[in-house]
Design a binder for this molecule. Structure first.
Ligand code: UGA
Length: 428
């Protein structure tokens, strides 16, 4: 099939590369000329495992342009993968989606063939039918289900493993208004071995929010269990192992620590919460997840204060700034709140992250960025570990030897007990 994809972030690009690997012809559209040029020369603009190799192997099956009209004209199906950032009140800003809808509509106007628009961007239930379809209808002069079709096909791609997640999905969700469009979209996924769930639009939109909310709740729940375990002297990771074998619970997303970060979980829980409030329903558990997650970040500071009273003027080393390992992404990273608090307390902060330091420096230009872990901890009074980078697993006691004081607290379970003797976990 000939596919066009709007938005070349990690979702758009991995979706494009994934469909090209499945032998489709893909054209990516982005307003950023640099991204377009990079894609056309086969170079990835984002860090995703396996993406560069995959781009090499597909060659010209994936191209890019800044011209949306040509891309829509030369394809039969358009995936929309533009961002839906949070607004001040927690609801999502749909302006990029609205612009895309108008532009797609204008391009569809010129076409004789039936064209399908597939929304991958995350939106609150009802947005596509209430806001986007009317915009496409207006600018195309055609009726949904007649001159064109619209489907929702939420993405479940994690940063860092997005391409593998795309190729090996747990499920494929298709929300549709008309059967013809749903059937065509399903046929595009014929080579994927995953259950296909077909629903109406609103249900598919809700499935995405419900998935992220459940995962955020699971992390929050194990953190709460961990906080209790800490008081009882129990290792929450042993508890997680014990409950994870229960198939009804499952063993993933049970890593306790300083809570979830990233561009999706908080944003989606907030948006769902906001949607519910607008309809007069107070979804208390959602508020609670957000609240507990914020507090969880501060638990490492509370523990630090117990071990190192009078933080003012103390030197604290921070290892790990990214919201999770294998990415340079710091959006809503727990490290942001924790470093802010250290600065507020009057600490001198030195930091090390294998990939995210440059991005962090844009927010915090005043702290010291070290070339490696050893340099970061030199003369430090305490060290906080905030990201589960695999290179931290091989840290030994010797690596901490230049510290003033050996106070080491993990916010993510990463240190190896056989290599490092005296350290503590935030909730283990
Ligand atoms: C998340 C979802 O996992 C994807 O399925 C979804 O498609 C994506 O959001 C999205 O909506 O676009 P992502 O934000 O890349 O993906 O990251 P996750 O791997 O889910 O981790 C989120 C946060 O939770 C990280 O800060 C991570 O460290 C934390 N986490 C995760 C824990 O604290 N404990 C765990 O056991 C698992």
């Amino acid at each position: 099939m000939k596919i066009s994809i709007l938005g070349s972030g990690y979702v758009g690009l991995c979706t494009g590369v994934g469909f090209a690997l499945k032998n489709n012809d893909v054209i990516c559209v982005d307003i950023d000329r640099k991204k377009v040029d990079a894609i056309n020369s086969g170079v990835t603009i984002i860090e995703e495992a396996g993406l560069q190799e995959a781009m090499k192997s597909i060659g010209k099956k994936l191209t890019a342009t800044t011209d949306i009209a040509t891309a829509v004209r030369d394809s039969s199906i358009t995936f929309v993968c533009v961002g839906t950032p949070s607004m001040e009140d927690g609801s999502i800003d749909t302006k990029y989606l609205e612009n895309a809808s108008r532009e797609i509509g204008t391009s569809i106007k010129e076409k004789n063939d039936f064209h399908i628009v597939v929304i991958k961007s995350t939106v609150a239930p009802g947005v596509i039918e209430e806001k986007l379809i009317p915009l496409i209808e207006k600018s195309s002069g055609k009726k949904s289900g007649d001159g064109f079709g619209v489907c929702v096909n939420p993405e479940f791609l994690s940063e860092g493993t997005a391409l593998t997640d795309f190729i090996n999905p747990d499920r494929i969700v298709i929300g549709e208004n008309d059967k013809k469009s749903g059937d065509i979209l399903e046929s595009l996924y014929k080579d994927f071995s995953a259950p296909i769930v077909r629903t109406d639009m609103k249900t598919a939109e809700m499935i995405k929010y419900a998935s992220n909310t459940f995962l955020a709740a699971k992390v929050t729940m194990i953190n709460e269990i961990g906080n209790i375990c800490k008081k009882l002297g129990i290792d929450v990771y042993d508890v997680a192992k014990g409950i994870g074998y229960d198939k009804r619970i499952g063993n993933r997303f049970l890593n306790a620590g300083i809570g979830f970060g990233g561009s999706c979980f908080s944003k989606d829980v907030q948006a769902l919460c906001r949607s519910a409030k607008q309809m007069g329903y107070d979804a208390r558990i959602l508020d609670c997840i957000l609240d507990l997650n914020k507090n969880q970040r501060m638990r490492i500071i509370e523990l630090l204060k117990l071990k190192l009273p009078g933080l003012h003027g103390k030197h604290v080393a921070v290892l790990g700034l990214a919201f999770k390992a294998n990415t340079d992404d710091i959006r809503d990273s727990p490290a942001i709140d924790i470093v802010s608090e250290l600065i507020k307390e009057g600490c001198k902060v030195s930091a090390y992250d294998p990939k995210a330091a440059k991005n962090f420096e844009k927010l915090f230009p005043g702290i010291k960025y070290a070339k490696n872990m050893k340099e970061a901890v030199e003369n430090a009074d305490a060290c906080l570990i905030l990201t589960d980078w695999s290179e931290f697993m091989s840290i030994t006691d010797e690596d901490f030897s230049a510290m003033n004081n050996k106070i080491i607290i993990e916010g993510r379970r990463v240190l190896d007990k056989s290599r490092v003797k005296n350290f503590e976990g935030v909730c283990w």
